[in-house]
Design a protein around this ligand. Structure first.
Ligand code: PEP
Ligand code: MN
Length: 358
């Protein structure tokens, strides 16, 4: 039995007109699939002279659509004035966008404007992969007295090539979940992917990782959308995506499931212990080598040897079906620690010799 239904937040990137909003959102409540409607009113745009949202006039459009279809509505706020205007129109839930979470002054100003109003607030991750800014934004809102907080993972900006608009870097939302186990974590595949064909894959991945819900951009006619046209789904594609999603409903309080998992986990415990003991043994040999290098006046870093390690271990890893990227990252860490230990051995012995000489 599934403990809780997923939160499914859907709606257009931006509110463009009352008609567009209603046509985009009305079908979302079908079969009870969406639990909340989203729409941007004030749009933070990277470049000027692009569509910056319909502003304040669109707040009543959004609220009325929510009332008509019987769902709560949410929008992004980026400053105290947005907060005040959204509260005046009785918007049900607010979210803090990625470009705001990066700036502690802006987050604090929003938190101050919300003092004494316990409205649910969702906090998107900052655009850069810095978990402390994400944690800090949640803490600032919490300190202002807000109790219904959740987090939205929308991927991270990076420089370079990738099929995603914003790299998922799943380890960061997982770390946030460890930090705040009771803060619901929602995935926003639309802004991660930047193109609609990738959305089902990322949505599924977030369900596999135990996320608590999804925020998906849906537009009645994405081709003509005024913002994020490439990533919005039609209402039909939205339903199709949700119907294809596997939501895991296994329950750890089932004793059979819990027992089987315990057996497998105890195997992992044994293997981890063995790995750590072996790493310890490897470091001891590295120290002996450090001592030997010192006595023979050799440098710690021997590039030829390092290349040979990468090649031979890389070959073994591919035979064992391990990802080359993972194995080279692991080796880099081990090598870094070996070098640190050997340098310590050299410095220490050097210091002892210095003392003798003096
Ligand atoms: C949005 O949700 O439309 C938006 C602007 O998102 P983000 O802050 O993730 O870029
Ligand atoms: Mn958008």
């Amino acid at each position: 039995m599934k403990a809780q239904k997923q939160h499914i937040i859907a709606g257009p990137c931006s509110a463009e007109s009352p008609e567009q909003l209603l046509a985009s959102c009305k079908p979302l409540a079908d079969n009870g699939q969406a639990s909340m409607i989203r729409a941007g009113i004030w749009k933070p745009r990277t470049r000027p002279d692009s569509f910056e949202g319909m502003g304040k006039q669109a707040l009543p459009w959004l609220k009325e659509v929510g009332l008509e279809i019987g769902l709560p509505v949410c929008t992004e706020v980026a400053n105290p004035q947005h907060v005040e205007e959204a509260l005046t129109e009785n918007i049900d839930v607010l979210w803090v966008g990625a470009r705001t979470t990066v700036n502690p002054f802006s987050v604090q100003a929003i938190a101050d404007a919300l003092k004494g109003v316990d409205i649910p607030v969702m906090v998107k991750n900052p655009i850069n992969p810095d978990i402390n800014l994400w944690v800090g934004a949640i803490e600032r809102l919490r300190h202002a007295g807000l109790t219904e907080l959740s987090a939205i993972h929308r991927g991270f900006s990076y420089y370079g090539q990738s099929e995603y608009r914003n790299k998922p870097m799943w380890e960061l939302p997982i770390a946030l979940k460890t930090w705040f186990p009771n803060v619901p974590l929602i995935c926003d595949p639309s802004h991660i992917c930047g193109r609609r064909d990738l959305i089902p894959r990322i949505a599924q991945r977030s369900m596999d990782l135990g996320f608590d819900g999804l925020m998906i951009e849906v537009h009645e006619n994405p081709e003509v959308a005024l913002s994020d046209a490439k990533q919005q789904l039609t209402p039909d594609a939205f339903h199709e995506m949700l119907n294809g999603l596997i939501i895991h409903t296994g329950d750890l309080s089932d004793p059979v499931i819990a027992d089987q998992l315990l057996i497998l986990r105890s195997k992992i415990d044994d293997i981890d212990e063995e790995i750590i003991r072996l790493i310890g043994a490897r470091m001891k040999v590295a120290e002996e080598i450090g001592d030997y290098k010192r006595k023979n006046d050799l440098t710690v870093l021997q590039l030829k040897r390092w290349k040979e390690i990468l090649e031979t271990r890389g070959d073994l890893a591919s035979k064992l079906n391990l990802s080359p990227d993972f194995v080279s990252k692991y080796l880099e860490q081990i090598h870094k620690e070996s070098i640190r230990k050997q340098t310590d051995v050299m410095d220490q012995k050097g210091a002892e010799n210095d003392e003798v000489m003096w």
